[in-house]
Design a protein around this ligand. Structure first.
Ligand code: MIG
Length: 792
């Protein structure tokens, strides 16, 4: 039996410019680092002091601000105060609580920090327990396939290859030990930056307690104050990093299957997309393109001329993406294997031999991606693939790491890792292995795809992995339950700071019905990453594989995706610059409305679009809760008042999409791929509102790095209704030249009653304005650099 150990009473404290350190009578050290006014790091050392301070999660570019904080000692407590928060440490029992400056308790220790000796491996099992408030809700924690609100459940973080997972399977592929709590309207986050196997219990074992612990390492967590939940996520990615902008095409539609081969099949499918006018930007080659599954090789029979193929696809507007797994086949005639051996890149067991594991190529060795020299070597392997052949993106799979035929489906615990100069066992490195692989891959693409932007997609990742790569949710199933899961997993990953994610559309395992495929496309149309993928051992899964009706509807939605690219790209820009997730559960849109807090389906995409997926067969309508604001139904401009539930009816060819009143939204014309056509005029849709509303539009070349030198535009549109006038102002930052001539304005909700349009003081001749009475739209053209437009 293990004994729970606790800190004793207060013995002494000291302060440095970065932290307050308190020591207990039995030698426990607690350091409170003030990261900024909103974020405090809690770090405990139970016995002999702290380990070397290193984290893969933190963005190396993130430097804590030099923040002033005050420390006040009294008889019973030590208090630390920032401009936003107060932390009180009880001198008697070492417990902490965090309050806002109004004295409201945001979080407090229940047992607080305690630990048990790990009798098998040495070190400690470090534990923390917090009181749960009666009305407290919990969100986030990565890819957990359960209802958005985590309360009443327990989870484990340990990256696993879970083929055909289902609702409740835990753990899955990703480890993101960060959650958001909300009670009494106040949101906060806890990021437990510990890469060992970790656990979170949200008032499951004991109804009034939320706890988290790990099988090794330090009790090292960050308290992140909101109070708005959206700011919690933003502050978390301020520390753990945000990605660079992807190439615009990566937000287009992707087509994948395990596997498209030989070359003639690839040509047939890509040509058919063009013939049928289904937009598509990216085409994937799964493991069968390789020679016997040897990474960085091509099967000479199936793909005799890879460069020619990639070039031809490029001419048709396709970007080719190839899979690369971590396992390197043990084969003395294989260059990559030999090079790796010579450079000593492969992971070893504790006693010296390499870790040998079976995956697709048979027996393999595995690079230790936690070693800087190994990542550097790996990045150079992409020279030919990216630099010569012209592949545009790389797909990292099996990087939990996944092994066949062994217990635990991964490395044994004794395997050694460099961990960037902090040598350790697999127990500590398992959860970051996939993240470091995708990092090394990203660095390879950065090297050889210049001046273009890289694109990487991964299955496994850890906190901070969002800096390097996009992700997908893994091997799902063609079922209605999985459509529901896709929706909640994409939201959850977004709450967890990882926006660039999507699911295998239609399901990876088994064959979807036409209806399920259609409904899935309708949801994924608004997911940051949009790709159809299937295991290929059942019927085909291209948009035309489900009959005429499904083809027409899929095409219609993929076209909508392309029309909304400027909006999605702007949402990505907001994620990159201010950390607002691209996909926002409606609890994050309005946490002050209790109706939003347990909703799984309704979802905000960016600032102004609300979607609600149809997640049942034969559905003719469903209830949709619209949060505060007024909402236009996308399909007919009917105005719905928010803060209530409405019953929305639809057919198979529509799904609930709402645009917030007051929004200004840009649309691209329909295109078969990004950049196919020159845009003559940019469609700008203005949705009449009742108050002030800000809309953003980000524009740049869609690829390359000119934006770093000012080659971008950030346009802010403010709409406002003042008496009988509707005023739209535009302000612009940056110096990119748009390729289009002007704006084609479409007004929504004006009922064709427009009398005057004044653009920058000049009345517009509105005799030519076209009134479309049926849908009550009014269209006209204006200068793209206008500053003020008055409609009356
Ligand atoms: O053991 O590369 O999740 O997307 O198609 C299966 C073949 C390996 C698992 C991935 C899936 C991919 C498949 N891979």
């Amino acid at each position: 039996m293990n004994i729970e150990l606790y800190p004793g009473a207060y013995a002494s404290h000291k302060t440095t410019p970065q932290y307050l350190e308190i020591v207990s009578t039995n030698g426990v050290q607690l350091r409170l680092y003030v990261i900024n006014d909103y974020v405090i790091r809690f770090r405990y050392a139970p016995e002999v002091g702290f380990e070397s301070d290193f984290s893969y999660a933190l963005d190396p570019n993130f430097k804590p601000e030099n923040i002033e904080f005050k420390v006040v000692e009294s008889d019973k407590t030590i208090e630390l105060k920032t401009a936003q928060l107060k932390v009180i440490i009880d001198k008697g029992d070492f417990k902490t609580k965090v309050l806002d400056l109004q004295g409201f308790t945001i979080i407090e220790d229940e047992k607080g920090f305690h630990w048990e000796e790990n009798k098998i491996y040495g070190g400690n099992i470090v534990q923390m327990s917090k009181a749960t408030q009666e009305n407290e809700h919990y969100y986030g924690l990565g890819d957990k396939p359960v209802h958005p609100n985590l309360r009443g459940k327990r989870f484990k973080n340990w990256g696993m290859d879970e083929y055909g997972f289902h609702r409740g399977t835990d753990p899955l592929y990703k480890s993101i030990p960060f959650y958001t709590g909300l009670h009494n309207d106040v949101g906060y986050g806890i990021f437990f930056d510990n890469t060992f196997k970790s656990y979170f219990d949200f008032a499951s074992e004991r109804k009034t307690v939320t706890s988290f612990w790990a099988n090794g390492g330090e009790m090292n967590y960050y308290f992140i104050y909101g109070p708005e939940m959206i700011d919690v996520t933003a502050r978390y990615t301020e520390m753990t990093g945000r990605p660079e902008l992807p190439p615009l095409w990566a937000l287009g539609y992707h087509q994948c299957k395990w596997s498209y081969y030989p070359e003639s099949k690839v040509r047939e499918v890509t040509t058919k997309f063009r013939e049928l006018n289904i937009p598509c930007d990216a085409f994937y080659l799964d493991i069968d393109y390789m020679d016997g599954f040897r990474c960085f090789t091509w099967d000479g029979d199936k793909f005799p001329q890879p460069k020619q193929l990639v070039d031809d696809l490029k001419a048709q507007g396709y970007k080719t993406i190839v899979i690369i797994d971590p396992g390197i086949k043990i084969d003395k005639d294989y260059d990559v294997f030999n090079e790796g051996l010579a450079k000593d890149v492969y992971c070893r067991r504790a006693d010296g031999p390499h870790i040998k594991g079976k995956v697709w190529p048979g027996d393999c060795y595995f690079p230790d991606f936690t070693k800087p020299e190994v990542r550097e070597w790996w990045s150079t392997l992409f020279e030919n693939m990216i630099g010569e052949i012209g592949v545009k993106g790389v797909w990292n799979d099996m990087n939990e790491p996944a092994l066949f035929e062994v217990e635990g489906k991964s490395f044994p615990p004794d395997v050694r890792h460099d961990y960037d100069g902090h040598p350790c066992s697999h127990r500590k490195a398992h959860n970051i292995y996939g993240m470091q692989m995708s990092r090394a891959t990203y660095e390879g693409l950065k090297k050889y795809s210049k001046p273009d932007r890289p694109f990487v997609i991964t299955r496994s990742t850890y906190s901070g992995g969002q800096r390097f790569t996009s992700a997908w949710t893994g091997d799902n199933i063609a079922s209605w339950e999985h459509l529901w899961l896709a929706n909640v997993q994409v939201q959850r990953m977004n709450v967890s700071g990882f926006s660039f994610i999507g699911s295998d559309v239609g399901g990876f395992i088994e064959h979807p019905t036409p209806e399920l495929y259609i409904r899935w496309v309708q949801l994924a149309t608004f997911h940051p990453f949009f790709r159809t993928h299937s295991s290929g051992d059942h019927g085909d899964q291209e948009p035309w594989s489900f009959g005429e009706e499904a083809l027409a509807i899929s095409r219609k939605f993929i076209e909508i995706r392309y029309m909304f690219l400027p909006y999605l790209y702007t949402s990505f820009y907001q994620y990159v610059t201010n950390g607002k997730p691209m996909v926002r559960p409606i609890s994050m849109y309005d946490q002050h409305d209790p109706e939003t807090l347990n909703r799984a389906d309704e979802t905000m995409i960016g600032d102004h679009i609300l979607i609600c997926p149809v997640i049942e067969p034969n559905s003719k309508g469903r209830y949709v809760y619209l949060p505060k604001g007024n909402w236009y139904y996308y399909w007919n401009d009917t105005l719905h008042e928010g803060s209530k539930e409405d019953f929305i009816t639809y057919k198979l060819d529509t799904s609930p999409i709402f645009i917030k009143a007051g929004a200004v939204i840009a649309n691209h014309p329909k295109m078969q791929y990004v950049g196919e056509k020159k845009i003559e005029n940019l469609d700008l849709h203005i949705y009449l509102g009742t108050g002030k509303e800000l809309s953003t539009l980000y524009e740049d070349k869609g690829d390359g790095y000119d934006y770093e030198e000012g080659g971008y535009l950030e346009k802010s549109f403010v709409t406002d209704k003042v008496k009988n006038q509707y005023i739209i102002t535009q302000s612009i930052i940056g110096n990119y030249e748009e390729e289009y001539g002007g704006y084609k304005i479409t007004l929504h909700g004006f009922d064709g009653k427009l009398k005057n349009v004044i653009v920058d003081e000049t009345p517009l001749d509105i005799s030519n304005i076209s009134y479309k009475d049926i849908d009550k739209k009014t269209e006209f053209f204006v200068n793209k650099r206008f500053s003020k437009m008055v409609l009356s």
